[in-house]
Design a protein around this ligand. Structure first.
Ligand code: ADP
Length: 472
């Protein structure tokens, strides 16, 4: 089985959100199962510092009205088992950011990702792959091209939707940049606009998304694309993302101040102590520390957090946030930290190191998402003994179960209604238990730490899907 996995983000080369983690961890897990898997992505600025690159050829693709010649360089995922093909086109990819500056997208995103898609198609032909696995709108053009006969004849396509809210929508007139006959371009039309994800949904041989609950939810409310998703319900599979424990495990995590595990969780307290010192919080080991690490986007429930903020602080918690994004939210949290310097810390930046430290130091991890296709941080939190408080939506509903005081089951706290009151009530249940009964809290923590959310099960599921497709 040969697979080419195509993604706009792949950790550690380029990361904006969860897509990057998945695009590295899933191919790695597939390789473990014996799949011959390679990755294709753009050669963004700075990649050369992260892997040894060797030129392996070039591809010429028609984008924006001309043939663009791109060098192809090969590097490797850390551990050296999965080759990564970097498609180089400096005018498009040698930039400061992956998608754009100041929260927006670069104005030529269409051309940038059309080039990635076209380039990946040529590469797939050269590598002789059976499956082209593409991800989100950036590469949703690939299945459209394959179906229209622009790709290798017998290749099958899988499109994974990591977030249906981002569809790659552009003015209809911009379709000329794709260099497609009108009959093919028409597949990309939705409500008078060019919509790349819509085309991919129609054209891919198989659709997957990143949790079973999100798969059901998007058939109900599909961000305006339900009319295309519903007829394909039989080809839409929800496969839960996993955790790459080679990157996210407190026992081996090099970013932490102290390592720890379910067998010996004592080091967790040292991480909390150091974080409080470094960020100038009250050095109080018993203050419930609530953490958030997130893109500061509306999807993530920040309206609830802002509305409930003072009431949340009145529960006696400390609060630490790491995130960048919408300037409205950035300003709110910076101001909140200014108002409560000893109890609130806001790191308005992107930092892998601090993401790991906050996972380890916090007692409670808050994810009140409006919607959440899968969510990774709640699963990281479980392994780090940081009890998740989440809104029961999408992948959060599939991974976090309400603590059951009667039978001692569950791994976190959940709420359903998208209101500040419902969120506060779940937080209050968590904080009360934390303050009242450290022994029971510890058992709750340890239950989460011992759960297995590794990629193996999900990778097997993907492999089965590939095999079925390739055999059909
Ligand atoms: P999404 O893909 O919607 O952003 P996920 O929960 O699936 O949400 O994945 C988010 C990933 O991005 C996690 O690995 C998280 O740690 C990381 N992340 C988000 N914001 C930051 C940040 N400011 N600094 C470091 N890592 C971040």
């Amino acid at each position: 089985m040969r697979v080419l996995f195509v993604s706009a983000e792949v950790a550690p080369f380029a990361k904006v959100g969860g897509l990057a983690d998945v695009a590295a961890a899933l191919p790695r897990a597939l390789a473990e199962l014996g799949v011959e898997v390679a990755i294709a992505m753009p050669k963004y600025r700075g990649v050369e510092g992260k892997t040894r690159l060797s030129p392996v050829g070039s591809v010429s693709v028609p984008v924006a009205g001309e043939e663009k010649m791109c060098q192809v360089l090969r590097g490797w995922l850390p551990e050296g088992k999965v080759p990564v093909y970097f498609i180089a086109h400096d005018p498009y990819f040698d930039r400061d950011q992956v998608y754009g500056e100041g929260g927006g997208d670069y104005p030529d995103s269409l051309e940038r990702f059309a080039l990635l898609s076209r380039g990946a198609l040529v590469l797939a032909g050269e590598l002789g792959v059976d499956i082209l696995h593409v991800n989100d709108w950036h590469t949703a053009l690939v299945p459209v091209l394959v179906r229209a006969g622009f790709g290798p004849a017998r290749v099958k396509t899988v499109l994974t939707i990591h977030n249906l809210a981002y569809q790659g929508v552009f003015p209809w007139a911009r379709r000329t940049a794709l260099g497609l006959p009108e009959s093919v371009a028409s597949v990309l039309e939705h409500r008078g606009k060019l919509n790349l994800l819509k085309g991919g949904i129609l054209a891919a041989d198989l659709l997957t998304t990143v949790s079973p609950t999100y798969a059901r939810e998007i058939l109900e409310r599909g961000e305006g694309l339900e009319e295309y998703l519903r007829p394909r319900a039989g080809d839409l599979v929800g496969v839960l993302n996993g955790v790459d424990y080679s990157v996210w495990d407190p026992e081996t995590d090099l970013h932490l101040w102290a390592n720890y595990s379910a067998e010996d969780p004592s080091g967790k307290a040292e991480n909390k102590r150091r974080l409080q010192v470094e960020l100038g919080l009250e050095p109080d080991p018993r203050a419930p520390l609530v953490g958030m690490i997130s893109r500061l986007a509306e999807q993530k429930g920040f309206d609830l957090v802002m509305e409930a903020f003072d009431r949340m602080m009145a529960l006696g918690v400390q609060f630490v946030l790491l995130g960048t994004g919408d300037p409205r939210y950035e300003a709110f949290f910076e101001k909140a930290a200014g108002r409560h310097p000893k109890r609130v810390a806001a790191l308005i930046t992107f930092s892998e190191e601090w993401a790991h430290r906050i996972e380890a130091a916090s007692d409670i991890f808050l994810m009140p998402s409006r919607f959440e296709p899968c969510g990774l941080n709640q699963m990281y939190s479980l392994r780090y003994g940081t009890v998740p408080v989440v809104r029961a939506t999408g992948g959060l509903a599939d991974t976090v179960r309400e603590y059951d005081p009667e039978r001692g089951g569950g791994n976190g706290f959940t709420f359903e209604e998208y209101t500040p009151e419902a969120m506060l009530s779940a937080l209050r249940r968590a904080v009360d238990l934390y303050l009242r009964d450290p022994e029971v809290w510890k058992r709750l923590m340890l239950r989460g730490m011992r759960e297995d959310h590794s990629w193996e099960t999900s990778a097997r599921e993907y492999l089965k899907l590939y095999q079925k497709l390739a055999g059909s």
